[in-house]
Design a protein around this ligand. Structure first.
Ligand SMILES: *Cc1c(COP(=O)(O)O)cnc(C)c1O
Length: 499
């Protein structure tokens, strides 16, 4: 390694005066090399194990203890990336990545991301980067129109949207907005009365976010779900809980409905839940992190039926809409409630346009002050592909999942455990007399992942351990899905023989 202990080096060695962290020509040369590296990676990603096979702590053994005192060349750095970093990568970009929800990306998003990084605008107020703010408003309206959201969620109507980093932050902002509205009426010292509702299938960030918003842990309700409703919230069960809380003198505050739960893509009935929420003056948010993107296709839009009665909606284009991390779109019907809770106005950010109240200052729509120009990547995606290609992207993933579902159904040793709604298939080896079905399926999953040829994860819902195959990695083609089924069958034979 090129690192030299700083104490042994005469201070005159590196010429500080000549050091330029950004030089346009140097940048051009090195960035071209990096693009080549990335394109080669995408081309050859199938040669890497999907799931990294390193042991914890592997990297500390390989890298020096101190940062180098003298500069090192890009050659040396790339060399170490190949040698030391790549073996420790779980390759989310692999076409054989079927774990969690895959992270779909695209050339267009990369170009947008590149430009947004390059421009490096920190658009907290309108004046700090007018294009960043105005493009974000336009893109959020475009996306809303593609989803056929009502005007009440659009800037061209009475609402609006903002691009955040994650679902957690989006929901935290909305809970805080709802909390402030409620405490206005109840008095600030009544926070202990506020109750939040999700289901036992709601993403784990929800109870965490409620606690971050100051909701008492004893007032966070996770509505139990069952196989009878395919693990979605049964409205009458929610209603009973809400009524019991009201009877106990508590104030129902917030309901998180999920469109496409993380375990099994269960879909809560938005319309029926909104009816209850409206009746009890509960803020209802729809978390559609993954599945929301599918609603740009008419055949999936019905999942958003009732959305006009909802207070807020979030979708993460970094999950299924070809965007690189981070990108979560949050629409709200009453931006003034967000603003009331989150507005800051320090002297050093004051400016004429903000004071005239003529502009959107997105710092007041989020937790942080600073923010990236994230609208660029969505704009690149929408323009480069058009609604037509984006719809076929969704349909092609769904078709591959459907094909896989067919394979599973055609093999009597396997079963599909919950109905497939989008591009996730939840399945398992069926129990048979004398078998430990959970151990059998765990063993199958371990075998699969240790081949490095595929990465899948599991979940347990309704007491059933199941394997999840989530189709959606941008490089996945039908042949990959066929190959993974062959691999599953082969390793299932081994597992069954050993059982
Ligand atoms: C992935 C996922 C999340 C993740 O939340 P982040 O805060 O963005 O990490 C939330 N909700 C659902 C339904 C998800 O699938």
């Amino acid at each position: 390694m090129g690192s030299i202990d700083s104490t042994n080096v005469a201070p005159s060695t590196p010429s500080i005066a000549e050091f330029k962290p950004l030089d346009a020509e140097e940048f051009r040369k090195e960035a071209h090399r990096m693009v080549d590296f990335i394109a080669d990676y995408y081309k050859n990603v199938e040669n890497y194990p999907v799931l990294s096979q390193v042991e914890p702590g592997y990297l500390r053994e390989r890298l020096p203890e101190n940062a180098p005192y003298l500069p090192e060349s890009l050659d040396m750095i790339i060399n170490d990336i190949q040698k030391d970093i790549m073996p420790g990568m779980t390759n989310w970009m692999s076409p054989n990545f079927y774990a969690f929800f895959p992270a779909t990306v695209s050339s267009a998003a990369f170009l947008g991301e590149m430009l947004s990084t390059a421009l490096n605008s920190v658009g907290f107020t309108w004046i700090s980067s007018p294009a960043a703010t105005e493009l974000e408003m336009i893109v959020m309206d475009w996306f809303a129109q593609m989803l056929k959201l009502p005007k009440s969620f659009m800037f061209s109507g009475t609402g609006g949207g903002v691009i955040q980093n994650t679902t957690s932050e989006s929901i935290l902002c909305t809970i805080i907005a709802a909390r402030e509205r409620a405490l206005d009426k109840l008095g600030q010292d009544n926070i202990g009365k506020l109750v939040c509702y999700g289901s036992d299938q709601t993403h784990t960030m929800f109870p965490k976010t409620c606690r971050l918003a100051g909701i008492f842990p004893s007032n966070i309700r996770l509505v139990p779900t069952t196989a009878e409703t395919d693990f979605s919230i049964a409205p009458e069960v929610l209603r009973k809980m809400v009524e019991a809380d009201v009877a106990a003198g508590l104030t129902p505050l917030f309901l998180c409905a999920t469109l496409g739960t993380t375990s099994t893509t269960a879909t809560d009935p938005v319309n029926a839940l909104a009816e209850i929420a409206n009746e009890f003056d509960i803020w209802i948010h729809v978390d559609a992190a993954y599945a929301g993107s599918a609603c740009i296709c008419p055949e999936f839009r019905h999942y958003l039926d009732g959305i006009e009665r909802v207070d807020s909606l979030s979708i993460s284009p970094h999950k299924w809409f070809l965007a690189y991390l981070d990108c979560t779109c949050l629409w709200v019907k009453k931006p003034q409630l967000l603003l009331r809770a989150l507005t800051t106005n320090p002297e050093y950010l004051k400016n004429k346009q903000s004071e005239l109240d003529k502009v959107v200052d997105f710092k007041n729509w989020q937790i942080a002050t600073g923010r990236k120009f994230r609208a660029l990547k969505l704009w690149f995606i929408l323009r480069s592909y058009g609604v037509a290609n984006l719809q076929s992207h969704i349909r092609s993933d769904v078709a591959m999942a459907k094909m896989f579902e067919g394979f599973v159904r055609s093999d009597p040793r396997f079963e599909v455990v919950v109905p497939r709604a989008f591009s996730l298939v939840c399945f398992r080896l069926k129990p048979f007399p004398g078998s430990d079905v959970e151990a059998l399926n765990k063993k199958l999953l371990d075998k699969l992942n240790s081949t490095g040829r595929v990465y899948m994860t599991h979940t347990i819902v309704g007491g059933i351990y199941m394997l999840r195959l989530a189709v959606g990695s941008s490089l996945t083609e039908e042949r990959h899905v066929r190959a993974v089924w062959e691999l599953i069958k082969e390793l299932a034979n081994d597992s069954l023989k050993e059982a």
